[in-house]
Design a binder for this molecule. Structure first.
Ligand code: ACO
Length: 322
C-alpha cells in the first residue's frame, strides 16, 4: 500500500480585507472584544460575484504549480465546502471543468469546518488502495454569504478563502494516519437551519444564516480536540513530543492555545492564521498549511498534526510526515 504524500500546497484569499474597526460600523462590537475573545484582527471577504469555486481555482492552480505537476496527472478531485456555488453540479465538477480535467472522479464533501480533514482522509484511502495516484484536495468557502451581518455573535468570526493540496502516491512516507468522526445530535448548537428541506422559503426570505451557541461549541471543541490528538498519536505509535507542527482549524485563538497546551507544545510550534483570516471553515487548515510551507517554517521530513472541529458536530485529525 502506498502513502499519500503532500507534494504541493496552495492558498488564495479575496483581496477585500474587512477589519474589526470596519465591523464596529455594522454591529455593536469593538476591536478590543473581537481580539481578546477570538484573536481575530481582520478577515478577507469575497466581493459580489466572487464565488467559492473562483477562490478554489486560484488555490488549486497555486498548489499544482508548487507540486510541479501537469493537470493531466490529476486523477481525483475532492472539494470540501459548505458554501458551494450551486446545489448541483458539485463544486468539484465545476472546478474540474475550469482546470480542463476530464473523466476522473470529482465530488464534494460537506463537513463544515472539518471538511478538509474529511476530504484528506478520503483521498488518502483512494491513494492507499491504488484507486488514485495524484489527488487535488481543496477546502474553500464564502461563509460571508451565509452570515447575518446584523448578528454580532457570528458575523465577526468568519472569513472567506481557499486552500488546496496535491497528494501523490509515495512508497516511503506521507499521511501516517487519519481519523474522522461525527455526532449529529448536536445539530442545533451550530447550524444553518434552513435550505432545500423547507422549500427555500426561509432562504428566499433572507433567513438562512449561521446560528451558533458559541459557548457550548467552545467547550465541546476543546474537549473533543484533546481526545482526538491522543487517538491519532496512539494509532501511529507516536508521542506528543514527536510533533513538529500543529496546524489546527482556525476558529478561535483560545481553542488553539488550549489544544497546544494539551499537547505540551509551545505556541512557536503552532501555525496561527486566525488573526489575519478569521474562521474560513473548510479552508482554514489548508490555508494555514500553505502559509507555513511558503514562509519556510514547515520543512520536508517534519511531523505535522492537522486537526479540526466543526458543525455537525464533526471532528478529525491527520498526522502527516511532510
Ligand atoms: N462584540 C461584543 N460583544 C459580544 C460579541 C461581539 N461581537 N459577541 C458576543 N458578545 C457579548 C455577549 O453578548 C456576552 O454579553 P453578556 O455577558 O452581556 O451576555 C459576552 O459578549 C460574552 O459572550 P460569550 O458568548 O460568553 O463569549 P465567549 O467568550 O464564549 O466568546 C465566541 C464567544 C468567540 C463565539 C466563542 O464562544 C467561540 O469561539 N466559540 C467557538 C466557535 C467555534 O469553535 N466554532 C466551531 C467552528 S465554526 C463551524 O463549524 C462553522
Amino acid at each position: 500500500m502506498s502513502f499519500a504524500r503532500i507534494i504541493g500546497t496552495g492558498g488564495y484569499l479575496p483581496s477585500n480585507v474587512v477589519t474589526n474597526h470596519d465591523l464596529e460600523k455594522l454591529v455593536d462590537t469593538s476591536d478590543q472584544w473581537i481580539r481578546e475573545r477570538t484573536g481575530i484582527e481582520q478577515r478577507h471577504i469575497a466581493v459580489e460575484g466572487e464565488t467559492t469555486v473562483d477562490l478554489a481555482e486560484q488555490a488549486s492552480r497555486n498548489a499544482i504549480e508548487a507540486a510541479g505537476i501537469d493537470t493531466s496527472e490529476i486523477d481525483l478531485i475532492i472539494f470540501a465546502t459548505s458554501t458551494p456555488d450551486k446545489i448541483f453540479p458539485s463544486s468539484a465538477c465545476i472546478l474540474q471543468a475550469r482546470l480542463d480535467i476530464h473523466g476522473c472522479p470529482a465530488f464534494d464533501i460537506q463537513a463544515v469546518c472539518t471538511g478538509f480533514i474529511y476530504a484528506l482522509s478520503v483521498a488518502e484511502k483512494f491513494i492507499q488502495t491504488g484507486s488514485a495516484r495524484t489527488a487535488l484536495v481543496v477546502g474553500a468557502e464564502v461563509f460571508s454569504r451565509i452570515l447575518n451581518w446584523e448578528d454580532r455573535d457570528t458575523c465577526v468570526l468568519f472569513g472567506d478563502g481557499a486552500g488546496a493540496v496535491i497528494l501523490q502516491a509515495d512508497e516511503e512516507t506521507g499521511i501516517l494516519s487519519s481519523h474522522i468522526h461525527a455526532d449529529g445530535k448536536y445539530e442545533n448548537l451550530l447550524w444553518v437551519p434552513h435550505g432545500v428541506g423547507d422549500g427555500f422559503d426561509q432562504v428566499k426570505a433572507g433567513k438562512a444564516f449561521v446560528e451558533m451557541r458559541g459557548n457550548e461549541v467552545f467547550k465541546m471543541a476543546v474537549n473533543t480536540l484533546g481526545r482526538i490528538v491522543d487517538e491519532t498519536l496512539a494509532a501511529s505509535d507516536m508521542k506528543k513530543s514527536d510533533i513538529d507542527w500543529l496546524v489546527p482549524h482556525q476558529a478561535n485563538i483560545r481553542i488553539i492555545a488550549a489544544t497546544a497546551r494539551k499537547l505540551k507544545m509551545s505556541m512557536e510550534q503552532v501555525v496561527v492564521t486566525v488573526n489575519k483570516h478569521g474562521n474560513t471553515s473548510a479552508a482554514s487548515v489548508p490555508l494555514a498549511l500553505d502559509v507555513a510551507v511558503r514562509d519556510g517554517r514547515i520543512k520536508r521530513g517534519e511531523l505535522l498534526l492537522l486537526e479540526a472541529f466543526g458543525g455537525g458536530f464533526t471532528w478529525g485529525s491527520v498526522l502527516v510526515r511532510f
